[in-house]
Design a protein. Sequence first.
Length: 242
Amino acid sequence: MLVVLGGMRLFATGGTDVAILGIFWPETLPADLDERLQQAELKPLCDELRDRQLIVALPCDADGHYSLRMFIDDPLPAELEKYSREVQWIRKVEVAGTGWFGGLEYLFKIDRSELDRHPGGCSLLEIPAGTFEATIFTTDLPDEVYETWLLEKSSLAAMRIWNVQSWFAATGIVAMMFFVGCLFFGTREVMLVALAIATILSLIALLLSRTSAYRLVQQARQEYDAMYPDYVVRMARIGRAG
């Protein structure tokens, strides 16, 4: 997903299954990259590309889904800067063509078939061509900031419905797992009871997820992720692409 937040401020999301995250521009990568990806181990190759300043590698310790805000020749807003911690400064980043943020297991020069099979793995970052310096930040927010945000953007009643729906959904998953176990080890009667309970819990969770209160909290969570992402990158132009 890519959202322009105003001016040259971008928001993007991406995911990794190998705990290697970053930003890359296929146009600036080596001509033989696709072939090398078939032969070399990914992490050493990414380390080489990072050292050659051909990709921006982001600190990442676990698999998962991540969000990023990028500011092009624009300072960080004060409400974001106070929760941002600088972790890296990159002297020179060459930007050309379409950029991508996400798992570097989807890195490509021309052959993007792996990314096409995992459409949520990376998202576009449309940045004007040029030479930039980059400052990388990670965010660290107290739990009360998140809770206050949700309360202000929705309501206490809506948050209660969200929590109730989450409980029914989680309990329904547990009940379904119990039902699956009963297929192998339980009696027919126990199996039918487990299936009935799992179905009822899942149905209640589904109905609650269709309420306006649930959608209000869902929207507030999405807005929070856009305002306070996992990573913040500030790009400052230092030259022009030839």
